[in-house]
Design a protein around this ligand. Structure first.
Ligand code: SF4
Length: 313
């Protein structure tokens, strides 16, 4: 009957309505739908091969929680193994709760878990590194967290790093790179890694919106309402998120089309003249497009006159 809110597949009461293709799903069919879409993306993009040891970057927040649950379900059948790595930046009032959630989940699932801290790696917590430059929170954090994650996966010895980036994150990043005029970041594809430097990264959740992930966790009983990072509101991302959410609400499919646009630009660039590969940082030896990498520039800043970090989240 018109107006009935029933599952398109079984006629049970529906809990969600999805677009492209338009369908209503009950709780059980929505869980199946999410899992099937993630598995299809992993298969289509050959994200995991037999024998892979995959690290999940587990913050304990909603995205990485869903990612760990899904990979814990899929990897045994793909003959691949799983480990979780958590970076504790040292953000008072925020990271304690998410780190505890990460520990609870890995212990419940029986997944190996390794934690690295900014204090151990860089000599101080993020809170202290940011004194006097709080407005740059996400820029500094993003650069150092990438370095910390690279160090963490080196320590546990893996072949792939899976991150919990969802469709909203990817669409926001694409738009931020456009707004900053940062073509090299718009084109950057980290899925293949760099020999001797960072390992290939995979993003199995990039086919799911943030709302779908929250719904999936609620339906599976894993949603935890955790505080938001105190620095989040200072970031350009926060404004882009609000703008894109409004556009997506008024024009469903906006984020997907933005992703298709980015993929089109990347494909065009791939067929153009290849550029020389990046060099190594003269201080730490990690991959860098300049003489000194972003992380070393940020950390050196405390010992020298103030200079621009120039990082990105
Ligand atoms: Fe780091 Fe910004 Fe994320 Fe907070 S919101 S964890 S400062 S990147």
């Amino acid at each position: 009957m018109p107006g009935e809110n029933l599952c398109s597949l079984c006629r049970e009461p529906a809990v969600v309505r999805l677009v492209e293709p338009e369908r209503r799903l009950c709780a059980a069919h929505f869980i199946d739908d999410v899992e099937a879409r993630v598995l299809a993306a992993m298969t289509r993009e050959r994200m995991v091969s037999p024998g892979d040891r995959v690290a999940v970057g587990l913050s304990g927040g909603k995205d990485s929680t869903a990612l760990l649950l899904l990979l814990h379900r899929f990897l045994p059948a793909l003959n691949a193994s799983l480990v979780a790595v958590t970076v504790d930046e040292g953000i008072a009032g925020y990271r304690e709760g998410t780190s505890a959630a990460a520990r609870d989940l890995t212990s419940e699932l029986g997944v190996e878990h390794s934690i690295v801290t900014f204090a151990d790696l860089f000599g101080d917590d993020l809170d202290r590194l940011l004194v006097g430059r709080e407005a740059q929170g996400c820029t500094v954090c993003g650069v150092l967290r990438r370095r910390a994650l690279a160090e963490a996966v080196k320590q546990v010895g893996v072949t792939k790093l899976a991150t919990g980036h969802n469709l909203d994150d990817e669409a926001q990043s694409a738009l931020m790179n456009v707004l900053r005029g940062d073509l090299s970041r718009l084109l950057q594809d980290t899925s293949t890694g760099q020999p001797g430097h960072f390992i290939p990264r995979i993003k199995p959740l990039a086919v799911l919106s943030e709302k779908e992930i929250v719904t999936y966790l609620l339906l599976r009983g894993y949603f935890r309402d955790l505080p938001e990072c105190p620095y989040a509101s200072t970031a350009l991302r926060s404004e882009v998120r609000t703008m894109l959410a409004g556009l997506e609400h008024r024009h469903p499919g906006t984020m997907l089309r933005l992703m298709q646009f980015r993929e089109g630009v990347r494909q065009s660039a791939r067929s153009a003249e290849p550029k020389g590969s990046p060099g190594s940082c003269r201080i730490c030896g990690e991959l860098s497009t300049g003489e000194v990498c972003q992380a070393c520039r940020l950390l050196e800043r405390d010992k020298s006159p103030r200079s621009s970090a120039g990082g990105r989240r």
